[in-house]
Design a protein around this ligand. Structure first.
Ligand SMILES: [Fe+2]
Ligand SMILES: [Fe+2]
Length: 324
């Protein structure tokens, strides 16, 4: 029988300077079976957050030391995804707008409708739980990638190096902070589909048979399947699935002739790391030689020239390549 994952205890942090209000809210939350932590003001909250984070914060608006809006901002600076519910006076539109600006996730009118309070808190706890599960999954996948890499001394650290080169390249191409974050994750995970490939094939230290090549070429599709449950899946998908595509259609698995520029940044970084890394069957290339190979790829119409140029200037800027 499939057993549901046991949830660790959930904690709600109640912030109000009036003890009676805290008591009322605490009683209302009792049926949810959550642990309730209390704080009288923003400073107490910040002290508590230093030790550990609750799963939801429920805060009053008017309090001594700092008001609920400033507190919301301070909490969001610590963890942007920690749900904050603001208790506001009925219909106070101005305050709500300021609350949205401060990053509040939800509002409850005073006097508080206790049933609504329970439902809202429950909903936020559910979302927080899902988010934690997805983060765990991301961590697990990264650990798996490392486990695959260390099986072969020559590819150890490949994902991290490729992520670094890819981000340097993307910065030169003018990628936004959000794109860089997705790209970094996509680059770390790009070869995750190699998990199922036997070690001797991965090492590739002897000529591979046609069947073994076919198996290796499946890794972008396998990777695509593995990352499907991830929250960031739609954004990461092109990096995992298309990092072996080439502009002349000779790549795999989809034989594309149009490949997004940032995906090409990952392809270029991947090839660069493979060429500069040591393998048992060939000596590694110097950075300048590896870039020449990539320039040749661009001349043959397999990679955009601009991407190779960006990789080169990214390496120079970060002193991974010496200017001649
Ligand atoms: Fe790959
Ligand atoms: Fe790779």
């Amino acid at each position: 029988m499939k057993r549901a994952a046991t949830r660790p205890p959930r904690r709600v942090l109640l912030v109000d300077d009036e003890p009676i209000q805290r008591l009322l809210l605490m009683r209302a939350l009792e049926p949810l079976g959550v642990e309730v932590q209390e704080a009288r003001n923003g400073q107490e909250v910040l002290d508590l957050l230093r030790d550990s984070l609750p799963h939801v914060v429920l805060t009053d608006l008017h309090m001594p030391i700092m008001d609920g809006l400033e507190l919301t901002q301070r909490i969001k600076a610590i963890d942007p995804l920690l749900p904050v519910i603001l208790l506001t006076a009925d219909g106070d539109r101005e305050v709500r707008l300021k609350g949205i600006e401060a990053g509040a996730d939800d509002f409850l009118n005073r006097p508080v409708d206790l049933t609504e309070l329970r439902l809202r808190v429950k909903g936020h706890l559910e979302r927080r739980w899902l988010q934690e599960k997805l983060e765990d999954l991301e961590r697990t996948l990264l650990a798996l990638v490392r486990a695959v890499e260390v099986k072969d001394a020559y590819t150890a650290g490949h994902g991290e190096r490729v992520a670094q080169y890819t981000c340097w390249t993307a910065e030169e191409l003018g990628a936004t902070a959000e794109e860089l974050e997705e790209l970094h994750m996509g680059a770390l995970l790009h070869d995750i589909g190699k998990i199922g490939i036997p070690d001797h094939i991965l090492r590739g230290d002897y000529p591979l048979t046609e069947n073994e090549w076919r198996l290796i070429k499946q890794h972008p599709v396998k990777g695509d399947e593995i990352i499907q449950p991830l929250r960031a899946y739609p954004h990461l998908r092109p990096y995992i699935r298309w990092h072996h595509e080439k502009l002349d259609g000779s790549g795999y698995p989809d034989g594309l002739t149009e490949v997004p520029l940032l995906v090409q940044a990952l392809s270029a970084a991947d090839i660069y790391d493979a060429l500069t890394g040591v393998r048992t069957y060939r000596k590694s290339l110097r950075p300048e030689e590896a870039l020449e190979v990539l320039e040749e790829e661009a001349r043959k119409g397999r990679l955009h020239r601009e991407v190779v140029r960006a990789l080169k200037s990214g390496l120079l800027r970060n002193r991974a390549l010496r200017a001649v």
